[in-house]
Design a protein around this ligand. Structure first.
Ligand SMILES: NC(=O)c1ccc[n+]([C@@H]2O[C@H](COP(=O)([O-])OP(=O)(O)OC[C@H]3O[C@@H](n4cnc5c(N)ncnc54)[C@H](OP(=O)(O)O)[C@@H]3O)[C@@H](O)[C@H]2O)c1
Length: 370
């Protein structure tokens, strides 16, 4: 079992890495953050197999802090690993800001020189230049505009957009963790002499980020979900959801009740269609219609039913006897009249999927008895 040290383990990237390694990797993880002392750090460094050095300061009112926490701490770790001849892989979370003339970038640039020195002394040093990282557990109103927008919009607060057209390059924290884990596994294809970056990098403007997060807010409390086929949208929405107040993690459904039972929509999306549920009383038949384009899947999860299909032209028919004890899915094919009848003594619960969200203006549903 590898002994792994994470510095900055209480921080955004640190916590995401920690909770990933703890639950999936089987490594023994040692944590180090601001409140621990250097003696403890030395004790761990002496015996560790791998170091993720993520501790650092991103924003501060005191310029000295950058030097102390970003540069000197890296120097300390490098010096001590060399001194005790434990030349294990050492990963530095540096930043693309090293290319700019600001105090943060400068402190990271200097931190990188210590990793280069580590390599010169036979150590395996890796430098990751990260862009703007987003994902769950990032501190809002600090250094991440995504965290700030997500938190404030989710909590009904105002946001300030300095320049809607400003383009950002974003890395998702899970992609960083995944990359780190490949390095840790020893199966890396990456040379320790390269400057490393994480893929994918998403290029988006501040205005687009704000609009998307506002659209997630507008969807909350409804059955709509965003296009989860879009990798960036899925990651951004997941980040947004990690900031919503718990009271907003529930939404009510529009249950339409009539003499047959009830029906409600559960999830709707332009890309995924919709999922809905019905309850049907004994002896009642639903359906007796067909669709030209819509494809549905019916799954009885409680009760007993007969699902009938009849081809509109050839009149070929098929009866599917289904029950909730051994669930199956019946594919409702376009151009077939179809119905579902509760033939049991108890109520029938059916789960449905359709390949398009129901559109009142174009329902694509035509009455036709099976
Ligand atoms: N997030 C990004 O977009 C991004 C982009 C490029 C590079 N990076 C770099 O990646 C690393 C992790 O970023 P992050 O977003 O996870 O930052 P973070 O949330 O601020 O986490 C950094 C952690 O390190 C701790 N820390 C600071 N100085 C320390 C010291 N001298 N000894 C021990 N612990 C110390 C911090 O404690 P306190 O909070 O109490 O100070 C914090 O818990 C940082 O080095 C950052 O510069 C981040």
């Amino acid at each position: 079992m590898k002994k792994v040290l994470i510095t900055g383990s209480n921080g955004f990237i640190g916590r995401n890495l920690l909770f990933n390694l703890k639950y999936t990797d089987g490594s023994e993880v040692f944590e180090f953050d601001i409140e621990q002392d250097r003696n403890y750090l030395k004790k761990v460094l002496k015996d560790v197999d791998f170091v993720f050095h993520l501790a650092g300061v991103n924003r501060t009112g005191k310029v000295d802090d950058f030097n102390i926490h970003n540069t000197e701490l890296t120097q300390f770790i490098v010096d001590y690993l060399i001194e005790c001849k434990n030349l294990v892989p050492l990963v530095l979370a540096s930043s693309t800001q090293v290319e700019f003339d600001n105090d943060y970038g400068k402190s990271k640039r200097e931190a990188e020189t210590h990793i280069l020195r580590y390599r010169d002394n036979g150590g395996e040093g890796y430098i990751y230049r990260l862009t703007n990282v987003f994902g769950k557990w990032c501190r809002p109103n600090y250094n991440s505009v995504v965290a700030t927008f997500c938190y404030n919009i989710a909590n009904g607060k105002e946001i300030t957009i300095s320049d809607r057209n400003k383009e950002l390059q974003l890395n998702h924290v899970d992609d960083i963790v995944a990359d780190f884990k490949i390095l840790l596994s020893g199966q890396n294809q990456r040379s320790s002499t390269d400057i490393l970056s994480v893929n994918p990098t998403y290029k988006v403007t501040l205005g687009e980020i704000a609009d998307l997060i506002k659209s997630f807010k507008a969807m909350s409390g409804t059955v709509m979900i965003p296009d989860i086929n879009n990798d960036f949208l899925r990651k951004l929405q997941s980040t947004y959801l990690s900031y919503i107040p718990l009271k907003d993690a529930v939404y009510s459904l529009n249950k339409q009740t009539d003499e047959r039972g009830y029906l409600f929509e559960l999830i709707k999306s332009k890309s995924l269609g919709q999922i809905f549920v019905s309850k049907t009383r004994p002896g009642i038949t639903r359906g007796n219609h067909f669709h030209h384009l819509k494809n549905e899947k019916f799954c009885v999860i409680e009760g007993t039913a007969i699902i009938k299909l009849r081809h509109l032209i050839s009149n070929e028919t098929y009866d599917y006897f289904v029950n909730g004890k051994e669930p199956v899915v019946v594919n409702i094919l376009p151009g077939y009249a179809h119905s579902v009848t509760n033939i049991g003594k108890d109520e029938l619960i059916t789960l449905f999927w359709a390949n398009e969200p129901f559109d009142k203006e174009r329902p694509d549903t035509y009455f036709e008895k099976v």
